[in-house]
Design a protein around this ligand. Structure first.
Ligand code: NAD
Length: 433
């Protein structure tokens, strides 16, 4: 039976490599669509949680996992040998930066080596991890073709960027269009059929390079626009103008303007990292990606600006960071999630500690933080805690926070999110970014 027929009749067995924020929801989606899905992860704890019908990702409800595990549609393993039985597979492994801020594609390479060991005719392999243009064709394809099997004839290869937005209740895998580029037309046809089973709309492009670039355009667009609005915030500060008022009014324009908000800096696994994949690739081709570098520079300096605001605020009450108890409120990189990767709140935390502040944090989603070889526990947010600190730095605006309680009890608030402004409660005790 051809792969297309196998997919359309739900007889294709699906493998998802990497069961993180991207891979686990994807595995769930294919399993819910009626496929037999095996998730493969190097982390035995995650594998165990899934096989017990649980969830390690806040966006995935364990109540939905259990029935799929029970019915046999979803299972997980650390054994890559199962790839031999898979007809289609998606690679969803991490793509961080290494210490010198260069792309670390070692996870993609190690997953591809495992696929190579079990590659056989008829299989479809799709890379979903965000990476620089050329990864699929230059790294994965030659490695898989070393087996003697030929792409587009024996096996099929494609790139389809993941667009998951953790915490977003409106846009899910199902209703977010899926972009696909493939090595050959035969590969594209199969990859398109595969993703049409779980996404309402599939958008095809002419190559894997173009599909890789699509993701980088999307994330660079965000990074550059956030940097622009962050710089506007700094300029407004110099001009003594309320940046939030300016943004609110500019957003009334129904065309030609898109609202971005300033904040303490960029966080997450994507926006602060992915544009550097692109600039790294271009550097190797002797092209300097100016916008990306400048945006990275502005965004990564925002925590310093927040600390300056804290110092000014404390100065106003004749106190210093040194010796003050300071509460960081919200350490996740964005609203209503538990992910602290690259979170600017961590930089604010460390910078205030370096200035000899006694720093604590509270976050309803993050129970502990490991930093500089120490583990810090989230403090329950109570009137007593708020009264016990000199300053509260609001870095993440979670919807469940009790702002009235915070306003009533905190002596001084540095609000990097305009949470109090948007609630119409601004006073001398609340210093806006
Ligand atoms: N998190 C997001 O919001 C998001 C959105 C879009 C794209 N992406 C991209 O998707 C990719 C995955 O991101 P994520 O957030 O899911 O990462 P993650 O760290 O949450 O998950 C990755 C998983 O892969 C596993 N893993 C690592 N090496 C492996 C290997 N060789 N074989 C099998 N499993 C392995 C890890 O144990 C982990 O469970 C990255 O390229 C990221 O840039 C992430």
């Amino acid at each position: 039976m051809d792969l297309i027929e196998k997919i359309e009749s739900r007889k294709a067995r699906v493998g998802i490599i990497g069961l993180g924020y991207v891979g686990f929801p994807l595995a769930m989606e294919f399993a819910a669509a009626g496929f037999e899905v095996t998730g493969i992860d190097v982390n035995p704890t995650k594998v165990k949680v899934v096989n017990h019908g649980g969830s390690h990702i806040p966006d995935v409800d364990p109540d939905q996992v259990f029935p799929l595990v029970k019915s046999g549609n979803l299972k997980a393993t650390t054994d890559f040998g199962v790839l031999a039985d898979c007809d289609a597979m998606s690679i969803c492994v991490p793509t961080p930066l290494n210490k010198t801020k260069n792309p670390d594609v070692s996870f993609i390479l190690s997953a591809s080596r495992e696929i190579k060991k079990h590659l056989h005719p008829g299989q479809l392999i799709v890379l979903e991890s965000t990476t620089y243009p050329g990864t699929t064709e230059e790294l994965i394809r030659p490695m898989l073709e070393e087996t003697g099997l030929k792409v587009g004839e024996d096996f099929f290869l494609a790139f389809s960027p993941e667009r998951v937005d953790p915490g977003n209740k409106v846009y899910t895998i199902r209703n977010t269009p899926k972009v696909i580029g493939a090595s050959t037309p035969a590969c594209l046809e199969r990859a398109k059929t595969y993703y049409e089973q779980i996404a309402d709309k599939v958008v095809t492009v002419s190559s894997t390079d173009a599909a890789e670039m699509v993701k980088l355009l999307e994330n660079t667009f965000r990074s550059v626009n956030i940097a622009l609005v962050n710089e506007v915030a700094l300029m407004c500060d110099v001009l003594n103008i309320d940046v939030w008022e300016v943004i609110e009014a500019a957003s009334s324009k129904p065309f030609g303007y898109m609202r971005f908000m300033p904040g303490p800096g960029l966080g997450g696994h994507c926006i602060p990292i992915d544009p550097h994949y692109l600039s790294w690739k271009l550097k190797s081709l002797n092209y300097y990606a100016r916008f990306i570098e400048l945006a990275g520079e502005i965004n990564s300096r925002m925590p310093d600006y927040v600390v300056l605001k804290v110092m000014e605020a404390l100065n106003g009450i004749e106190q210093s960071v040194k010796g003050s108890r300071i509460l960081i409120l919200g350490v996740a990189y964005k609203k209503d999630i538990d992910d602290v990767r690259e979170s600017p709140a961590l930089d604010v935390f460390k910078l205030l500690q370096q200035k000899s502040g006694e720093v604590l944090f509270s976050d309803p989603f993050v129970h502990e933080l490991a930093m500089n070889g120490k583990v810090y526990k989230s403090q329950p947010l109570t009137p007593e805690l708020l009264q016990s600190v000199q300053c509260v730095v609001l870095t993440t605006d979670h919807s469940c926070l009790d702002y009235e309680m915070i306003r009533k009890n905190a002596r001084l608030i540095v609000d990097t999110r305009n949470a109090f402004g948007s609630r119409g409660i601004v006073s001398d005790r609340i210093i806006k970014l």
